[in-house]
Design a protein around this ligand. Sequence first.
Ligand SMILES: [Zn+2]
Length: 198
Amino acid sequence: MMSHNARYGKSGGWVHWMTMIAMLIVLAPGCARDAGDQAQEEILDDPRATELDRQMIARTYELARAASEQGNPPFAAVLVKADSILAEAVNTGISSGDVTRHAELSLVSDASRQFGRGELSKCTLYTSTEPCVMCSGAIRWAGIPRVVYGAPQNLGGRFQEIPCREVLGKISPETEVIGPVMSKEGEQLRSGFHRKRG
Ligand SMILES: [Zn+2]
């Protein structure tokens, strides 16, 4: 006659195998997903971006490239009302020796003097790279309701900033943020710059 313990042991083995199989079923898709994430580092563009958004991001890349050719960091921003460009700026952090001369901050600073808050409240700010914390603050103070960025801030984990959606979400939740847009081109621009700087 089978002992109680033996019966329990047999049933315990069966339970053990079933647990192993269940764990495989639960964990396998997660492992596959992680492997997929590592293999595919490409970031998908924001599907809400319009054709005008893409055109304006292309313009910021053009300006960023020109800034880089002048020895400055490859960042640029454009202020647009309806479909007209009101102002443009590039990062002049190196040529001016002023580390706060980010493209978005310079753009907001110049445009608020030139156009005033009423005009800025009808504009979209386009920027070649996701705005940093400082520039997100400036965008909030200017009351610009829409931001579209090209490349994300975080380039291969090298720059761990607070995402602008997080900053603006807290200090200006009504601001619409679209991005990344045409991020591959934007990332290439930036990685060329970071490679040069070492
Ligand atoms: Zn900035």
